[in-house]
Design a protein around this ligand. Structure first.
Ligand code: CJB
Length: 825
């Protein structure tokens, strides 16, 4: 189409009057209500739709320019995108906030009230899902052509409630009031097969081939979301798939007169995208989960090949046009799927297809826990995806043959590296498949990548040393500083200009200001205001009272034994025990608010026990009048992105206390640093890099290092020895065992105590004393308020490395080899 005939894209007027006109039109014509009768939800929906109109122009021109340029893109395949609320980000990206605030005010509407009406889409469990959301934000901001592909779960991560201190899960019905940020396209649905069998046939030239005859199929309906880059960047697309029954399937059954069966079939199909599995780092290997994984990658590959690419595209050039980034093992079934498409559907030779396929994928590993590396039993995979299993077998056969040439006398090694595990059942090791197929394999922090090379994938790293690389995680400064900490953002901008929002290294410019008393005073004032803001939110949201004049000591993350919430708890119980026995005068204790936020996987019994214990200890401490205003445990239920946005800016101390060698990276640790909290932490994950950047003197390091952990375990770890020899530890454990926190009932928390004494897989007892000593150093440092602030400023100033923009630059340079393309105006 020539420039003259290119149809125009609608625009919106960036004025208060223009906004008001659009808003009323949406309210009246879209919601069908007039302002006098509109509910808060009506107003929220109308406003959200109005705001999204303003971003549409950029979105459509991004799509148009990409269709024209066909620039190499990144397809980020992820089973989770933990987006958080959309409105604020859209206002920021469109530069509309002032206009909207004024426009709404002119109609007597409070923007803040509408903000609160938004239900966040919780389509992820924790770190991995939130990382995906940060990455797509950065890609859009940096003008990198990319598309996110995932699942539109009807129910996201469960809503956590507490009943008598125990976690009770409620469904997360996030769509109940409508979702103004999505664009469904049922007309563009794609069909995905499951089950059935593989058959042999002769093609037109008489060549014998194999093809899959699925036993049943479902439709994937794409829902598009805008991913707006900050400040005139691209507006990229996130495409989430929703499962529907195929019409043919329905009709056939309807025609047979079995209405009930037809409805059942529909429910069966729609179950695929019904609910997010709430296991974080500990997949359960359920069939429905494999269905989800295949469903979304099959939809995505089909979409990319048939819809996104031009009809005449030569698929041999696919690696020049796309890289599929595999976010952990969840989407790895995409590898045999692309092979199937090329070989079975496009009629390619195997070698030709494999040569292209293995240039199209890269794999990010997010864990070191052996139980988190997905393996799918051959029996299950073969039943659900028989052709894929054949393809995997062939990939493996050829790989093993190659290894036998490289290692002629080392059959043991060859078997170790097999994609197929033989024990305890024959199963496909998805991490191995991803490693074999990927151009690159990366860990998510320096230490993690090193341990991947040395331990988890050591044979592969020896065979393909150049395949392995590191990209340290990052977080988006737009959401986690600019939006969540307006006070600090204002102060930073006043000091160094606003370039830091897209170039976080500029925070270095704050360093000299750490020595400026006036700057420190203002910085401290902002932290205090953030604590007051949090106190207000906790009072209203959870009926929890906290005192902003205390040290805010915060541990927020999924509940997992390796993260060691119990270690934090032992510190609290020990303090409490010393106060109640008179060993410590309350006047000598640094007043602290211990804040927790943590969801436990519903089937993870020990994690749920630990939640019960935190709440029980909290209740006891909070009810003790002698401790009022000085010690408090705050454990708001249902920690989510929205709560993180007020909690993190209010923190003084960031708890990053996982057992060394277990936390792949952590990203909360980065958010705290950038919001001026000091870290108490082990030498684990990205803590290592945080400490290197901020300096030992501004970080409270404690605990065994990874090699020391390995040594202790090797020697044989006996937690009871620590109990026997450390009186404080013994007193704390005895106090829990005595029933002091459970109304005298000794049985309730016995499993936790006995687990710690007899097993303690994550060496909490071994690190207890070092942790308590480090906390004493925290107390001493905090006593010098002004010097604490100086260190807090240095944390912000030296945190620029942890922008997800930097992570994206590293991916581009080390893995993707794509380049930015600004959309045409
Ligand atoms: N992670 O959130 C998850 N889920 C998993 O299944 C495996 C790992 C986390 O990913 C984050 C992003 O890379 C890491 O920062 C974190 O250490 C890891 O536990």
């Amino acid at each position: 189409m020539t420039a003259e005939t290119t149809p125009p894209i609608a625009t919106r007027e960036h004025t208060v009057e223009g906004f008001v006109r659009e808003f009323l039109r949406e309210l009246n014509f879209g919601q069908g209500v007039d302002l006098t009768r509109a509910s808060v939800n009506d107003k929220y929906l109308a406003m959200a739709r109005t705001v999204r109109h303003y971003l549409m122009t950029r979105w459509l021109s991004t799509l148009r320019s990409q269709a024209k340029l066909q620039a190499k893109s990144v397809a980020y395949l992820s089973a989770e995108f933990l987006l958080g609320r959309q409105l604020d980000n859209a206002l920021l990206a469109s530069g509309l906030e002032d206009i909207v605030k004024e426009g709404l005010a002119s109609l007597g509407i409070d923007l803040e009230e509408l903000r609160q009406a938004e239900i966040e889409p919780g389509l992820g469990n924790g770190g991995l899902g939130r990382l995906a959301a940060c990455f797509i934000d950065s890609l859009a901001t940096m003008n990198v052509p990319s598309i996110g592909y995932g699942i539109r779960y009807e129910y996201g991560i469960f809503k956590q409630t507490f009943v008598d201190g125990w976690q009770v899960e409620k469904p997360d019905d996030w769509l109940r009031l409508g979702s103004p940020w999505e664009f469904p396209h049922p007309e563009a649905a794609v069909k995905v097969g499951f089950g059935g069998h593989v058959e042999q046939y002769q093609d037109d030239d008489g060549v014998v081939k194999r093809r899959w005859v699925p036993g049943w199929s479902v439709l994937g309906v794409p829902y598009n979301y805008m991913v707006p880059g900050y400040d005139a960047g691209r507006v990229n697309t996130l495409r989430l798939w929703s499962a529907r029954a195929t019409r043919a399937f329905d009709l056939e059954i309807f025609n047979s007169g079995d209405y009930a069966e037809a409805v059942r079939a529909q429910t069966f199909a729609e179950n695929i995208s019904k609910v997010l599995y709430p296991e974080d780092s500990t997949p359960q290997g359920k069939e429905l989960r494999l269905q989800q994984q295949y469903f979304f990658v099959a939809c995505s590959i089909k979409d990319f090949v048939d819809q996104v690419l031009p009809a005449d595209f030569d698929l041999h050039k696919l690696p020049d046009r796309i890289v599929f980034q595999l976010n952990d093992t969840h989407p790895v079934i995409a590898v045999p799927e692309l092979m199937r498409v090329l070989v079975d559907e496009k009629g390619w030779e195997w070698d030709e297809a494999w040569a292209v396929t293995k240039q199209c994928f890269a794999y990010t590993c997010h864990t070191l826990l052996p139980e988190a590396l997905e393996v799918w039993p051959v029996e299950l995979l073969g039943r659900l995806l028989p052709r894929h299993l054949e393809i995997i077998y062939r990939i493996n056969d050829e790989f093993l043959a190659e290894l036998r040439v490289a290692y002629p006398n080392d059959e043991l090694r060859v078997r170790r590296m097999s994609i197929i595990a033989e024990y305890p059942v024959r199963a496909v090791r998805m991490a191995y498949l991803a490693t074999v197929a990927g151009t690159k394999v990366n860990g998510v922090a320096e230490l993690h990548s090193q341990l991947l090379r040395d331990k988890v994938l050591d044979d592969f790293a020896a065979y393909w040393p150049d395949k392995f690389t590191n990209v340290t995680n990052g977080v988006t400064p737009r959401r986690f500083v600019k939006l969540s900490n307006p006070g600090l953002s204002g102060l930073i901008t006043e000091a160094i200009g606003d370039g830091w929002v897209t170039d976080l290294d500029q925070l270095k410019g704050l360093e000299p200001l750490a020595d400026d008393a006036e700057f420190r005073r203002r910085f401290r004032e902002i932290k205090y205001a953030n604590k007051q803001r949090l106190a207000g939110v906790l009072a209203e949201r959870d009926n929890i009272v906290v005192n902003p004049d205390t040290l805010f000591d915060v541990m927020v993350k999924r509940l997992h034994e390796y993260k060691r919430q119990t270690l934090k708890l032992l510190h609290i119980v020990s303090l409490y025990e010393k106060i109640t026995t008179g060993e410590l005068a309350i006047g000598d204790v640094t007043p602290r608010t211990f804040a927790f936020g943590a969801k436990a996987a519903p089937g993870y019994v020990m994690a749920k026990q630990i939640i019960g214990l935190i709440n029980a200890v909290g209740r006891t401490i909070n009810d003790d009048p002698a401790l009022e205003g000085r010690l408090r445990v705050a454990f708001p239920a249902n920690y989510n992105v929205t709560l993180a946005e007020t909690l993190i800016p209010a923190a003084d101390l960031s708890e990053q206390i996982s057992l060394a060698g277990k936390e792949a990276s952590g990203t909360g640790n980065m958010k705290f640093m950038l919001n001026g909290a000091l870290t108490i932490g082990t030498d684990d994950g990205a803590n290592v890099e945080i400490r290197q950047l901020v300096g030992d003197e501004n970080f409270f390091l404690f605990g065994l290092t990874e090699p020391q952990v390995a040594e202790v375990v090797e020697r044989g770890y006996h937690p009871s020895a620590y109990y026997e020899t450390n009186l404080d530890l013994r007193n704390a454990l005895d106090l829990i065992a005595s029933g002091a926190f459970s109304g005298g009932d000794r049985a309730v928390f016995e499993p936790i105590v006995s687990n710690l004494l007899n097993e303690d897989r994550f060496l909490a007892l071994a690190d207890f004393q070092a942790y308590v000593d480090a906390q004493a150093r925290v107390d001493a440092a905090y006593a010098d308020t002004d010097d604490w602030t100086r260190r807090a400023v240095l944390n912000v100033a030296r945190g620029g490395f942890f922008s997800s923009d930097r992570s994206m630059r590293d991916y581009i340079e080390r893995i993707w080899h794509t380049y930015p393309v600004a959309p045409e105006a």
